[in-house]
Design a protein around this ligand. Structure first.
Ligand SMILES: C[S@@+](CC[C@H](N)C(=O)[O-])C[C@H]1O[C@@H](n2cnc3c(N)ncnc32)[C@H](O)[C@@H]1O
Length: 202
């Protein structure tokens, strides 16, 4: 059986645990949400490899949840992964895991993504973070509510923030339609039957 430390070590060796196994690092209540709300290990690995190229790359996960993408990216590449998450309990949990597994290049910020300067990052990951405002079966906890106007406002802000990115910035989206991405990003490719999309800022 893999211990937690060796789970991150095994990722480096390209031996990928199942999501059920990986998610045992999170409290039970978040394990139950994982399939719906958090990126699967295999997708996080693909996204990290598309986004990170050099040790000084700075990758932002917009709405980082329990920090799964950042922790996986930080363990399989030398790039710096930043997760911005509006829920303090999830940011605290992500920081606890970062410390426990000594993931020095994973960083977590408790904030609304709209407050960040996107020109500081040269890679962006986005997994449909505002869907819980659209679909009541997707609401994560009582701090959120279904609201079409909130959903639309956040997507408008997402376009504005992505327009701040510098030329050459890479963007990977998961479960996100192309019409949510501004025209300043050129679509390059898609895989995982179209669910994972790759763009570059023009
Ligand atoms: C679908 S989960 C994705 C988690 C993570 N990116 C992943 O792929 O595993 C979306 C997360 O975005 C967060 N979120 C939603 N709106 C946000 C906002 N305006 N600013 C920061 N975080 C936000 C939610 O709290 C939730 O944890």
């Amino acid at each position: 059986m893999l211990t937690f430390a060796s789970m991150f070590e095994s990722l480096k060796l390209k031996k990928y645990p199942s999501d059920a196994r990986f998610d045992t690092i999170y409290p039970k209540k978040y394990q139950e949400h994982s399939a719906r709300h958090f990126t699967p290990v295999s997708i996080a690995v693909k996204a990290a490899r598309l986004l990170a190229d050099k040790p000084d790359d700075r990758i932002l996960d917009i709405g980082s949840g329990v920090g799964k993408v950042c922790c996986i990216g930080a363990s399989i590449t030398d790039a710096h992964f930043y997760g911005v998450e509006k829920r303090k309990t999830l940011t605290n949990l992500s920081n606890k895991i970062k410390r426990e597994y000594k993931l020095k290049n994973a960083h977590f910020i408790n904030a609304d993504f709209t407050t960040l300067d996107f020109s500081r990052f040269n890679g962006i990951y986005f997994f449909n973070s505002f869907h819980e405002h659209l679909d009541e079966t997707c609401v994560l906890d009582e701090t959120s509510r279904v609201s079409l106007s909130e959903y639309r406002n956040y997507h408008n802000s997402l376009k504005e923030k992505l327009n701040e990115c510098i030329k050459g910035t890479r963007l990977v989206t998961y479960y996100t339609f192309k019409n949510k991405i501004p025209a300043s990003f050129q679509f390059i490719d898609a895989n995982e039957t179209g669910l994972l999309k790759f763009y570059i800022k023009k």
